[in-house]
Each structure stands twice: as structure tokens, then as C-alpha cells.
Ligand binder design. Structure first.
Ligand SMILES: Cc1ncc(C[n+]2csc(CCOP(=O)(O)OP(=O)(O)O)c2C)c(N)n1
Ligand SMILES: [Mg+2]
Length: 331
């Protein structure tokens, strides 16, 4: 199936478009701030930014209902914000402070929220894929119509455990959407160099799992694909694969100078396909919003992000005794 693209005049309300604009901008500004704090030495360890990929998670989340679950890799801050986790708690965790989601003990790759059904944040490539199927297995067992969104990258798609999971998910008709965020690179390796067949969405065929390629720079296309996949899962028809074509503007992590691609390649994507600019244009040309209104939204988002950074700086480092908490689950 070819990548879905939206028509010039999409049948979508002002509120919906503004919601996507706001949610994507929140992720972008948050990530830019995280990059700054990293540069200032306030964030240690690894920090993988999601800038450029915002439409993927925002479009997918648009089709979710309360109780649906999500699990992803280490490139996870966008997923947390998109499912409604508090930017203050996320930023404080990035900076290793007590006010963070893991009380400053987990950092960028290890945050969870029971309340928002967010199951991490996984640093081992591909590890979240069988875990995601396990979450879906629980929902199937409980017969509760919930769906699990299991996100992983184009690099992870070459892992063996992904195919063992596909097999089990298909046999048991698990309500899981496998979202392959194809940002064209796995660390410094371009997809063409690492992947035998480029059409990853077809890799479920051997297991009888339907798959679709989606334009991941277009939030409306992602939302439409998400709705279709969700309907399939909720109807009890088993797993679904969405290969969402996207692009990361920054390096693999903050310590990557990204010498494996040209500046022009990144610039071209930013100028021609930026997902936030795309929605901004729809809002302006459709006369849904004026430049002034959008400026006000930008300011509102900047304020929330700045508050999260301020909160993090004020939050203390975890006390030594914290080393002994959250080791075992409560009986
Ligand atoms: C099992 C395992 N092998 C190798 C690594 C090192 N590693 C971290 S990220 C990464 C690339 C993954 O690329 P992709 O799945 O495309 O995700 P992206 O970073 O592009 O979001 C590798 C090889 C790891 N963390 N775990
Ligand atoms: Mg990748």
C-alpha cells in the first residue's frame, strides 16, 4: 500500500488542528530545552531527542481511548508528553531530581506512569516489543477491548525477537499495534545499508499480520492510519503493523555529531516536510487561526516548558536513602 497523504483541504475542525499543533509544539520545545540543559551539564547520561518525529506519536495518540497502553524505546520523551504525563515530572527525571517520575533514579530512558498506562522507556533495542505483546495478552485475557501501542525503530525491526513476537501475537490474535518509527537511521547506519527489504510494513505478511506504510510527517495521515489499526484490534482481529516514515533532525543521541549524513539532507526535510509547519500552514490557509493566535499558543507552550525546567532546577537531588526504595513491588 502506498503512503497515505492528506488532501489539500482536509475535513478537520479548527479545534482538532490546534490540538495537534499544540501537542507537537510542546514536544519540540520540550526537547529543545532538554538539549539546552544537557549542554549545560544539567542532564547526565544518554539523551535521545525526538525532534522531527512529533507527528508520529501525536497522530497515533489521537485514536486512543482511556485504558489503552503504550510502550517504546529510549527515544521516549515525546511519547510521555503525548499521553499526558506532566512535563515537570519528565524534565525533573531527565535532570536526576527527586521530583522526577522515577524520583531521579531512572533518567531519560527509564520513566513509567501507571496512571497514563505508559510502560517505558527501554534502552535495550527491541526489548519492548515482546513486552508490548505481553501487555496486549493481559488485555485479551481480561477481555477489556484495550489496545497496546508498541513502538520501535527501523533498526530494531531487524531483531529476531520482533519476529518471535509477531508469531505469538498472530497466533493469539493479540490487540497490539506494532508501530515502526522508520526515521531512516539506526545510530549512524542508514536503513538502505542495514535492511534487506526496505518495505518493513510487509514483514508481517509471513505471519498473516496486515501492515501499512504511513507518511509520518503528516499528523492527519498518521491519525487516519491509527484509527484504522485501532478499529482492527478492538474488533478482535489481532495485531496490525504501521510503518511510519519519519525523520529525526538531531543526532542519534546528544553525543552524536551525525557525520553520516549531509546538513543539506536534514535542511531539506526541515524546510519541505516539517510536521509542525505543515499544520501551521493548514491553520493559516484555512483561516482557522491568525499569526497572533498562533504566537499566543507558542508563548503558552514556552511558558510550560520553562516552568518544567525551573521546577527541575529547584527540585533536590534524591536523598541517599532513595537507593533502597522502589526495589521490590509492594506485596
Ligand atoms: C540489544 C542492543 N543492541 C545494540 C544497542 C545499541 N543501540 C542503541 S540504539 C541503536 C539503534 C537503534 O535504531 P532504531 O531502532 O532505528 O531506533 P532510533 O534510534 O532510530 O529511534 C543501537 C544499535 C542496544 N541498545 N541494544
Ligand atoms: Mg531509526
Amino acid at each position: 500500500m502506498a503512503a497515505r497523504r492528506t488532501t489539500k483541504k482536509p475535513n478537520v475542525s479548527k479545534e482538532e488542528l490546534l490540538g495537534y499543533y499544540r501537542d507537537m509544539l510542546m514536544i519540540r520545545r520540550f526537547e529543545e530545552k532538554a538539549g539546552q540543559l544537557y549542554g549545560m551539564g544539567l542532564i547526565g547520561g544518554f539523551c535521545h531527542l525526538y525532534i522531527g518525529q512529533e507527528a508520529v506519536v501525536v497522530g497515533l495518540e489521537a485514536a486512543t481511548e482511556e485504558g489503552d497502553k503504550r510502550i517504546t524505546s529510549y527515544r521516549d520523551h515525546g511519547h510521555m508528553l503525548a499521553c499526558g504525563m506532566d512535563p515537570k515530572g519528565v524534565m525533573a527525571e531527565l535532570t536526576g531530581r527527586e521530583g522526577g517520575y522515577s524520583r531521579g533514579k531512572g533518567g531519560s530512558m527509564h520513566m513509567f506512569s501507571k496512571e497514563k498506562h505508559f510502560y517505558g522507556g527501554h534502552g535495550i533495542v527491541g526489548a519492548q516489543v515482546p513486552l508490548g505483546a505481553g501487555l496486549a495478552f493481559a488485555d485479551k485475557y481480561n477481555d477489556n477491548q484495550r489496545v497496546t501501542f508498541t513502538y520501535f525503530g527501523d533498526g530494531a525491526a531487524n531483531q529476531g525477537q520482533v519476529y518471535e513476537t509477531f508469531n505469538m501475537a498472530a497466533i493469539w490474535d493479540l490487540p497490539v499495534i506494532f508501530v515502526i518509527e522508520n526515521n531512516q537511521y539506526a545510530m549512524g547506519t542508514a536503513q538502505q545499508r542495514s535492511t534487506s527489504s526496505q518495505e518493513i510494513y510487509k514483514r508481517g505478511e509471513a505471519f498473516g499480520i496486515p501492515g501499512e506504510e504511513v507518511d509520518g510527517m503528516d499528523v492527519l495521515a498518521v491519525k487516519a492510519a491509527s484509527e484504522k489499526a485501532v478499529a482492527h484490534c478492538r474488533a478482535g482481529k489481532g495485531p496490525y503493523i504501521l510503518e511510519v516514515k519519519t525523520y529525526r533532525y538531531r543526532g542519534h543521541s546528544m553525543s552524536d555529531p551525525a557525520k553520516y549524513r549531509t546538513r543539506e539532507e536534514v535542511q531539506k526535510m526541515r524546510e519541505e516536510r516539517d510536521p509542525i509547519e505543515g499544520v501551521r500552514q493548514l491553520l493559516l490557509t484555512g483561516k482557522h487561526a491568525t499569526e497572533e493566535e498562533l504566537k499566543a499558543v507558542d508563548k503558552e507552550i514556552k511558558d510550560i516548558v520553562n516552568e518544567s525546567a525551573e521546577f527541575s532546577k529547584q527540585s533536590p537531588e534524591p536523598a541517599l536513602e532513595e537507593l533502597w526504595t522502589d526495589i521490590y513491588a509492594d506485596a
